[in-house]
Design a protein around this ligand. Structure first.
Ligand code: ADP
Ligand code: MG
Length: 389
C-alpha cells in the first residue's frame, strides 16, 4: 500500500485532496461538536501535507443527509474547530464539487488548508457515481485517504475518486492496516481473541475468520448465550438469537476446543441499575437475564490473556453501561493493559469501555473504525483501501 510518506518531496504546490473522517458526534440539543477526537487524529497527516507544501483540500461526510443539503450537518463548524486545533486558517467551500469548490481551491497557496462541504449533500457520494468521483478528482492532482472508518464503503469520496487520481493512504489508515494485519496474517502465538457484545450475527464472519488463526477464543457478552443455548445450557431470559443457533453450532464444531464460553453469570431479572442481581454457576436460571461474566469466567479469561503474545478484543463482556454488570469488561481491559502482549481493540462500545477506564494508552492499538475494523478482521477487502493499491 502506498502511503503519504512515499510522496515526501513530491507534494510542493500540488493540490492534495484528502478524505478524512470528520463524522463527529454532535450534541442533540445544541448541534455543537461534542467530541473532536476524530479531528485530532487526522492532524498528523494534515500537518505532514502542509509541511510538504501541498495545497490541502479536505473532504468528509457528516451524519446522514441522504443526498440533500442540511444546514445542521454542514461541515463549517468542523472547519472552524480544525482551524483552532491546527493553529492555522482553514478556508471553507459551501459545496464539495462544482464552481464554488473550484474557486476556493484556486485561492489556495502552498501549505494552505480548505475544507469542502459535506460530501453526502450529493447522492452521488454514497452511490459511488462516476460523475461525482470525476467532479471531486477535477479539483486536485493527488488523492490521500485517511478515513479508516468509511474505508469499508465503496463511495465516490473513498473508492471512486481513488481510481481517478494518483492515490495513497494517510497515517491513520497506515496504522490501522499495520496493526489489524497482525491479527489476520502471520499472527504471533499464543493468539487469544476475546469476543463479546450484543449479537452473534454482527460478528459471525469475524469469528469464522479468526477461528482459523487463534489458539483460543474467549466468548462473553450477550452473544455467548446463543452458543450456550445451542449447547443445551439454560440461558433464562438472556438475549439469544434464535435464528443463529445453527451458525453457532457450525462455529462450535469448527472450533474444536478453541472456544471458551462463560462458566458463571452475573444475572438480574431486569436490565436496570436497581434490579436485584445474583451470580449463578453453569446456567442462567429461568426468570433471570445473563448480563456479565461471573468471577470464575473472569479468572479463566484473565489467565488466558496473561499467557498470550497477541490479544484482539471486540465486544464488551457484559452490559457495562450499568456499573454492576461492567466487572467482566473491566477485568478483561485491565488484563490486556497489563499482559505485555500486542493488544488490539476494535468496536465502538469496546473502545468506549477502554477509554472510560483510562486504559487507552496501555493498549497497543484501538481501532477507530467500527464496521471497517470488523470487515478487516473478517478477512474482507476494504474498497477504500483496495482502491489505493
Ligand atoms: P462493539 O461496538 O464494541 O462492537 P457491540 O455493538 O457488538 O460492541 O455490543 C455492545 C453492546 O453489547 C453494549 O451496549 C452492551 O451493553 C451489550 N451487551 C454486552 N453483554 C450483554 C449482555 N449479556 N446482555 C445484553 N447486552 C449486552
Ligand atoms: Mg457497537
Amino acid at each position: 500500500m502506498r502511503t503519504i510518506r512515499d510522496l515526501e518531496g513530491q507534494l510542493a504546490g500540488k493540490r492534495l485532496l484528502m478524505r478524512v473522517d470528520f463524522n463527529l458526534p454532535l450534541d442533540k440539543a445544541t448541534g455543537e461538536i461534542s467530541n473532536d477526537l476524530r479531528i485530532r487524529m487526522a492532524l498528523p497527516t494534515i500537518r505532514f501535507a502542509r509541511e510538504q507544501g501541498a495545497r490541502v483540500i479536505l473532504m468528509s461526510h457528516l451524519g446522514r443527509p441522504k443526498g440533500k443539503r442540511d444546514e445542521k450537518l454542514s461541515l463549517k463548524k468542523v472547519a472552524d474547530r480544525l482551524g483552532e486545533l491546527l493553529g492555522a486558517e482553514v478556508a471553507f467551500a459551501p459545496d464539495c464539487i462544482g464552481p464554488q469548490a473550484a474557486s476556493a481551491v484556486a485561492g489556495l497557496g502552498d501549505g494552505d488548508v480548505l475544507m469542502l462541504e459535506n460530501t453526502r449533500f450529493h447522492a452521488g457520494d454514497e452511490a459511488n457515481a462516476p460523475e461525482m468521483s470525476a467532479a471531486l478528482a477535477a479539483l486536485a492532482d493527488l488523492y490521500v485517504n485517511d478515513a479508516f472508518g468509511t474505508a469499508h464503503r465503496a463511495h465516490a469520496s473513498t473508492a471512486g475518486v481513488a481510481g481517478c487520481l494518483p492515490s495513497a493512504a494517510g497515517f491513520l489508515i497506515e496504522k490501522e492496516v499495520q496493526y489489524l494485519s497482525r491479527a489476520t496474517s502471520n499472527p504471533d502465538h499464543p493468539y487469544v481473541a476475546v469476543m463479546g457484545g450484543a449479537k452473534v450475527s454482527d460478528k459471525i464472519k469475524v469469528i469464522r475468520n479468526l477461528l482459523g488463526k487463534v489458539d483460543c477464543m474467549l466468548i462473553g457478552g450477550a452473544m455467548a448465550y446463543t452458543f450456550l443455548k445451542q449447547q443445551g445450557v439454560g440461558v433464562g431470559n438472556s438475549l439469544v438469537e434464535e435464528d443463529r443457533l445453527d451458525v453457532a453450532a457450525e462455529l462450535l464444531a469448527e472450533a474444536g476446543d478453541k472456544i471458551l464460553l462463560p462458566l458463571d453469570h452475573v444475572c438480574a431479572r431486569q436490565i436496570e441499575p436497581e434490579a436485584e442481581s445474583a451470580t449463578f454457576d453453569d446456567e442462567v436460571p429461568d426468570g433471570w437475564i445473563g448480563l456479565d461474566i461471573g468471577p470464575r469466567t473472569t479468572a479463566l479469561f484473565e489467565e488466558k490473556i496473561r499467557g498470550a503474545a497477541l490479544v484482539t478484543w471486540n465486544g464488551p463482556l457484559g452490559y457495562f453501561e450499568i456499573e454492576k454488570f461492567g466487572a467482566g469488561t473491566e477485568a478483561v481491559a485491565r488484563a490486556m493493559a497489563d499482559c505485555g502482549a500486542t493488544t488490539i481493540v476494535g468496536g465502538g462500545e469496546t473502545a468506549e469501555a477502554v477509554e472510560e477506564l483510562g486504559l487507552q494508552d496501555r493498549i497497543s492499538h484501538i481501532s477507530t473504525g467500527g464496521g471497517a475494523s470488523l470487515e478487516f478482521l473478517a478477512g474482507e477487502e476494504l474498497p477504500g483501501i483496495a482502491a489505493l493499491q
